[in-house]
Design a protein around this ligand. Sequence first.
Ligand SMILES: Nc1nc2c(ncn2[C@@H]2O[C@H](COP(=O)(O)OP(=O)(O)OP(=O)(O)O)[C@@H](O)[C@H]2O)c(=O)[nH]1
Ligand SMILES: [Mg+2]
Length: 237
Amino acid sequence: MKFSLCIPMYNEISIIRDTARTLSDYMQKNFEDYEIIFSNDGSRDGCDRAVEEMNLPCVSVIGYPDNRGKGYAVRKAMLAAKGDIVMFTDADLAYGTDVIKRVYDTFAQNPDADMVIGSRNLSKDGYEGYTAIRRIASKAYIKVLCIVGGFRLSDSQCGCKAFRADAVKKIFPKCEVDRFAFDFECILWAVKYGMKIVEMPVKIINHRESTIHMFRDTLKMLKDLMSMRKRIKKAEV
Ligand SMILES: Nc1nc2c(ncn2[C@@H]2O[C@H](COP(=O)(O)OP(=O)(O)OP(=O)(O)O)[C@@H](O)[C@H]2O)c(=O)[nH]1
Ligand SMILES: [Mg+2]
């Protein structure tokens, strides 16, 4: 069973060597057959070259010249991956490395699962280290997404998600959202295909300053979410 790990990166030079080394060591120790794909989202700081120059086994770097958004970078990597299980997580390893093995184990325990997704709402300490306002904002946003999307999940927005190869092949060629809400889009497709999604508790262990502006353009965001739902509802499967 091959495991593919996809890491989107945008101007991550300050951390990317540590991340690549940590992941390479972790994967060698825990998996017999794996690959790590760094997907460079038009970075200007040379973080792609930095990873390439390390020449780590089973590590590759893909990418393109312009910044297109995390959703686009993740999609590129998911479609290039050759694993039986394909996972993406953030370059700052916000959820730690343990989640990787836990994802694998969760698939093993749930043979009928198509997707395993991290959730910060399944354990008491999932939001540890968040300021109160960010915690409330994040939870409110997830509620809105569930209502608009018509699904019941405790956290659709976690940056740690994994798919079986078949699910990747069905979902990602259909995805069109490059920036915010690409998580939401891939869940809508999974629901449309009747896939089984299993949630797994995670907690952010590595906080860094947020680049997200939650309440900017809220109305536009809602409009976008609704039209996404409409598009996917109408689409043929
Ligand atoms: N911000 C940002 N990140 C990108 C982009 N493309 C790829 N990424 C990667 O996406 C991952 C998540 O980035 P973060 O900036 O931590 O965004 P986040 O985790 O959604 O939000 P925070 O709550 O601010 O941490 C990292 O691996 C980034 O390198 C992009 O265009 N912008
Ligand atoms: Mg982050």
